[in-house]
Every structure is written in C-alpha cells, then in structure tokens.
Ligand binder design. Structure first.
Ligand SMILES: [Zn+2]
Ligand SMILES: [Zn+2]
Ligand SMILES: [Zn+2]
Ligand SMILES: [Zn+2]
Ligand SMILES: [Zn+2]
Ligand SMILES: [Zn+2]
Ligand SMILES: [Zn+2]
Length: 471
C-alpha cells in the first residue's frame, strides 16, 4: 500500500514534534521518532538536521524523485544520501516495534509494520493499527457481522448495538420485583398471569391484592360466603355478617327473653320466642310492674339526694324574683297571693327556713306595700337544735341603679321574740305563719327607685347567729 508521509502524520501522533516552537528549543536527543542515530559513516550529518514533519516530508519527497523541492533544502546530493542512510527507529518504536534501519527503508517497513494504522478492512472508515485489526473486526467494527447472544440472529455491529436493548429474547428482571427473569417477549404475559407480585382482585370483596398475599387475605376476607353454623334455613351469608345474623336473625340461635331484665329467665331458639311472649303476657306484665315500683323508689331517693346537694346551707338567700309585673298584676286580682322562696338552711345542720313575699302586701301593707316574711320549716336536724329560734334575720331589697353612688338598698331586720309561736320548733305540718315586715317597701318607692330592673327584684335574706342586735 502506497502512502504519503502526510498520511502518517495524520493518523499517527508525534506530539513532541508537531509544534515547531517546542521542538526547536529541544535538543536533538529529545526527537525520538524517527530517531536519527549518528553512525561513524554519517559524521557529517548534524543530529538536529531532521527536526520536524517538514523535514521528513522533504526527505521522503526526495526519495520519491521530487528533487525540485528537496534540492532547495539539500542542495548537496551527498548530504541527502547521508541522511537517507542514517539509521532510525520505526515511528512506532514506542508502541513496541523493534524495527531499526536506514531512513530510506522506513516507508517500506511501515507498509508492513503491525503497529501502523491502516483503514479498516471492512471499510467502516476507521484507521486501525494492523495488530488491533482482528480485534476491531471482531468486536468493535460497526461493519462486523455478529450474532445476538439471545436470539442468535446475525447483525452488523452497528445494528446489533441498536438491537441490544430491544431483543425480544433477552431475559429481563420483572419490573414488579418478583425476582423472576423472563424473556422480553414473555414479560407482558408474565406480569399479567404469572408474576407473584401482580395485583389481583379478591373475587369476594373486589379489593386488589398482591398475588402472593391473596391467599392469606382469603382466610380473613369478610365477604367470603359461609353457611350458618346453626344450619338454619337462611341463604348463604358473608363471613362478616355472621355475628349479626346469629344475634339478630338466625331462627335457631338460642336467645333470652326480652323481659330478662325484668326477671324472666326463659331461653330458647328464636322461633319459639313469639310463643313464649304470647303465653307469658301476664307474668311479664307483673315483672314490669315490680320494675316500675323499684324505679319509682330510686327516682324519689335520687330526687331528695339531688335537692340536698342543691340546697343552700350558707344562711344567706339571694332570692331572684323575675316577671315581677305579671306577679304584681296577679296579686292585685287575687287576694293573699304569696310567692315563696326555695328553702335554705342556716348552716349544714341548722334551721330550715323559707322566705315569702306578698307583692300586693299583707296585713298592714295590703294594697300599698310589698310584705316579706320568714318561715321556719320542719328541718332534718330540728331535734338537735335550740328552740326557740333566736338568730337575727335581715331582709334587703337591692337598688339596681346603674350608678352605684345613687343606689340605696332597703334593709330591715329583727331579733326573734322568743315568746312568739313562730319561733318554736315547727311541727311536721309546715307552718303557714311567718314573721317579717308587712310594710317592707311601698309600691310608690318601688316605682320611684331602681329596685325593679328588667322586671326582676333581688331580695336577700340573711340569718346571723352572732348578732343579737337588729341592724
Ligand atoms: Zn514498525
Ligand atoms: Zn471497521
Ligand atoms: Zn437478539
Ligand atoms: Zn414478576
Ligand atoms: Zn376479599
Ligand atoms: Zn342461622
Ligand atoms: Zn319471658
């Protein structure tokens, strides 16, 4: 194969020599390829005569008979001859070529040098050193013939690269991570019918499960059909409905009489229950009567416990009387109309008292005043208390004026007269009599001042055991 030296310089690298600036500064000893080795016969040839590609080109042109150009540089034919006879290494010395001979033989050597690059013999266009050609043709040349290791079809190297990654025979790991390797062409089928990680709907509840967990789901799936363990004549049930079925529907389930809380001990299958209820109507009714009576007692004792809890033991009652106008109107039309307060105690184990108020007055205050009284009611601890009752009692009506400086409450109080019957220990029958002030507040005063606001009065009744003097 005939080549120009320009071709070598294209396909082979002479890194140290391509830049003239670099090489000019260097000593000839650094110019290695081709290496000029001075011999005794070529003493006259300076080692730095061959400096770069141009020099080689010129040299080789001369050897090709291009004397015109070469003769400019080497006008002396003797020098030229001497240079061509100088001994050089092969330009592929570095890659391992051991060839060394006269420069004139270099070109011929390069035509056979196994390190020299030649165009790929399969015409892929690459320049490949001879020594690597076999490998190239076999493994990397795009024009090579190669078989796909999976489908065994033959391809050119280029189309094989396209083929790899889509070969339908290539085994692939399943994307569901089931661990299986399946040929690409079977992958779709694997994923839809075989893969242990594919999603499958439970055929009873229709929820989706990974195939290998479906079995364990079926063991507990609430929609799995089962038959009643009592073998009743109900149709097939879903597992999750069984409990309710046994409790509420199954005709064979043994159940207790609906009146068990009232005391009936009957137990029997559901179908017999109707008959039992029919036949035992009377018994059930009397059981219920007993229950009602018992509950009535409970209610009564709860009520009294509740009233004890809500009782006022402080000795002071703040009595709120709302809708007072209507009560006043009623009192004017109805003689002796009396309002009574909630009972209260003077202390936890003290006297039980109750205030009363006549809106339209009573006795000396009738038709002109509000009258207030205190009554002593029979209390729980009367047996332990001192009689007659001797605590001072005060009544206050609050002035509800928005201006506190102008507000002026009315207060009346008394110390009980021990000779009065009202202050003796009351009998079981509540005493209708009271002690107090028939002319507590005049109706006129009630209108003038702010004792009534939002149609509401506030009256305080205070019992003070320490005070023996009325305030
Ligand atoms: Zn060589
Ligand atoms: Zn090639
Ligand atoms: Zn293939
Ligand atoms: Zn799979
Ligand atoms: Zn299910
Ligand atoms: Zn059943
Ligand atoms: Zn019963």
């Amino acid at each position: 194969m005939v080549r120009s030296l320009a071709m070598w310089t294209k396909t082979l690298s002479f890194p140290a020599r391509i830049s003239p600036n670099k090489t000019e500064k260097k000593d000839a000893s650094t110019v290695k390829s081709p290496t000029v080795t001075p011999t005794p016969s070529t003493n006259s040839l300076a080692p730095n005569c061959v400096k770069n590609n141009n020099d080689i080109n010129s040299l080789m042109n001369e050897t090709n008979g291009n004397h015109e150009f070469g003769s400019h540089i080497y006008p002396d034919p003797d020098s030229e001859k001497a240079i061509m006879s100088s001994v050089v290494y092969c330009i592929h010395h570095k890659e391992g070529c051991k060839w060394s001979d006269e420069l004139r033989k270099l070109k011929a050597h390069l035509n056979t040098c196994k390190h020299d690059a030649i165009p790929c013999t399969s015409k892929c266009g690459a320049q490949i050193p001879r020594v690597l050609m076999e490998d190239h043709l076999k493994y990397t040349c795009p024009q090579r013939r190669a078989r796909c290791e999976f489908c065994n079809k033959e391809f050119t190297g280029h189309s094989l690269e396209n083929h790899i990654g889509s070969c339908s025979y290539e085994p692939m790991y399943c994307e569901n991570k089931c661990g299986m390797k399946v040929q690409r062409r079977h992958l779709g089928q694997h994923k839809s019918t075989e893969c242990s990680k594919r999603l499958l709907p439970c055929r009873y509840c229709s929820k989706e499960f990974v195939a290998d967990t479906l079995q364990s789901h079926l063991v507990k799936c609430g929609r799995v059909p089962i038959t009643c363990p009592n073998r009743c004549d109900s149709s097939v049930l879903a597992r999750e409905e069984l409990e309710i079925h046994l409790k509420e529907e199954c005709t064979i389930s043994v159940m207790q009489c609906n009146f068990k809380d009232a005391g009936c001990r009957f137990k029997g299958p559901r179908y017999s229950m109707e008959k039992h209820l029919e036949e035992n109507c009377q018994e059930h009714l009397s059981m219920m009567c007993n229950v009602v009576t018992k509950q009535q007692h409970q209610i009564t004792s709860l009520k009294s416990a509740l009233s004890r809890l809500s009782l006022n033991y402080s000795g002071t009652l703040i009595w709120k009387i709302s809708d007072f106008s209507a009560k006043m109107t009623e009192a004017k039309n109805k003689e002796g109309m009396e309002l009574v307060s909630p009972p209260f105690y003077t202390s936890q184990y003290g006297y039980k008292l109750q205030a009363s108020l006549f809106p339209n007055g009573n006795g000396a205050g009738e038709d002109s005043h509000i009258s207030v009284y205190i009554k002593i009611l029979p209390g729980e601890y009367d047996a332990l208390l001192r009689w007659p009752f001797a605590h001072s009692v005060s009544f206050t009506i609050f002035d509800q004026s928005t201006c506190p400086e102008k507000a002026c409450n009315i207060v009346e109080s008394f110390i009980p007269d021990p000779t009065w019957k009202n202050f003796q220990r009351p009998s079981k029958e509540p005493d209708s009599l009271g002690f107090g002030f028939p002319r507590f507040v005049s109706h006129e005063m009630l209108r003038k001042r702010h004792f009534m606001k939002d149609d509401t009065l506030f009256i305080r009744v205070k019992v003070d055991p320490s005070k023996i003097v009325a305030v």
